[in-house]
Design a protein around this ligand. Structure first.
Ligand code: HEC
Length: 136
């Protein structure tokens, strides 16, 4: 197996390790961001209206997609709910949003669906929950 060796100065090496640390810290900061319920609901409503409403309806009544109001998935286990949003449902119009939405946005729209349209579960899903879910 060919091995590439880069000879760099100590300064270059220090810069490189610092930049790696910076990127990791930025990712961790984003995942650690805790939003208030109000912020999650407001952000979730925006995402729902832009990306989900067309199929799931303005009141969560459904249409091309299943109803979210009273949905056993939106009111059941959080992991099953995240599974549908992150991975989609193969062979249906429900696409995987895991790569399109940031972890904070997945958290917000999940919280929104669990508490809007009369689904008053009281559940709050944060970005850190989405990260844990994705890591399995
Ligand atoms: C192009 C249409 C479409 C869009 C856009 C869409 N969905 Fe779906 N969604 C579906 C369909 C169809 C199903 C039913 C899949 C099946 O047969 O299990 C579904 C199912 C679901 C379910 C499970 C509901 C249940 O009780 O079965 C959830 C939760 C869900 N979608 C969330 C979302 C979220 C969140 C968004 C926006 C980020 C979104 N969907 C955008 C079509 C869509």
């Amino acid at each position: 197996m060919p091995v590439e060796v880069h000879v760099v100065s100590q300064d270059e090496f220090d810069d490189w390790t610092a930049s790696k640390r910076g990127a990791a810290a930025a990712d961790a900061a984003l995942a650690a961001q805790e939003l208030s319920v109000d912020d999650l609901m407001a952000r979730g409503a925006d995402i729902y209206n832009a990306s989900c409403l067309a199929c799931h309806g303005a009141k969560g009544e459904g249409g091309l997609g299943n109803a979210i109001a009273g949905s056993a998935i939106a009111m059941g286990g959080v992991d099953s709910h995240l599974n549908v949003i992150v991975n989609g449902v193969a062979g249906t119009a429900m696409q995987a949003f895991g790569a399109q939405l940031s972890d904070v946005d997945v958290a917000a729209v999940t919280t929104y669906q669990r508490n809007a349209f009369g689904n008053n579960t009281g559940d709050v899903v944060q970005a850190s929950d989405v990260v844990s879910y994705k890591e399995g």
